[in-house]
Design a binder for this molecule. Sequence first.
Ligand code: AMP
Length: 299
Amino acid sequence: MSSAPTPTIARSRDALRQMRDQWRAKRAVIALVPTMGALHDGHLSLVDVARAKIGADGKVLASIFVNPAQFGPDEDFDAYPRDEARDLEMLAARGVDAVYMPPVDEIYSAGFATRIIVDELTGCLCGAARPGHFDGVATVVAKLFNQTRPDYAVFGEKDYQQLLVIRRMSRDLDLDVGILSAPILREQDGLAMSSRNAYLDAGQREIAGRLNTVLKETATRLASGDTVGAALGDAHARLREAGVTRVDYLDVRHARTLAPVNLRVPEDGTARLFAAIFIGKTRLIDNVPVETADNRPDA
Ligand code: AMP
């Protein structure tokens, strides 16, 4: 059991506004950590990034909202894991000041008819594989920003494309929220922590652990000058051999613009390798930097 104070829970915009007004009266800096719940240590590391930025006097506000607008019609919105009591316990133990848990109609009122479309960055990777996904993400994040009015918001590199899309939206729309990023937290075998890992049975979980190994080894090959075609071709084969049901995409892209890298990665270390795979019906994503000699941390 933790001795951390119980966070304030706001379920409506009104309750949220009241709390925010009190914080603002004390001139507290606010950091938002948006999540869809079913929390794991990866989410909690975002709370730590928020706290490190704003300090003990700041207010860390986590939100939990499973956003219907970012799920496709054949995706797992209904099945998405939900465990409010456990999530609240974990957030309390990590020292968040408040949790915003709106019901769907606090976000999408009757007749809701507006969508935010980020034209660049969204035509590839998950944007191509999940049509409309990033419109749903951008729209809900803009709404959460407007409702919570944070100074900062934290997003994980696990959803690297999402992080870039949010940064661009915030800049383009002058949302005036500092976007902070957090590195990917992984299980011991390298599998990126994800709420969706809960869908995997023991055999599938073992297969899932291969994804990061294959990505890291492929990134090393790319960094040492192998062609994209050869390295990705082998990676596809290895994932299939490992028992992956389907490779949704496996792609190397410019790390800031997501422009395609066609033949070989540039020497300046700006490339990143991205993957989405299905194991059974479960879709998992991961990404790793391609660390050429110029951008290795120890270079
Ligand atoms: P989600 O609940 O899946 O929407 O994720 C909420 C936030 O947590 C997003 O910014 C994710 O990128 C981030 N996140 C999810 N998994 C991880 C992880 N393994 N490491 C770091 N951040 C993560």
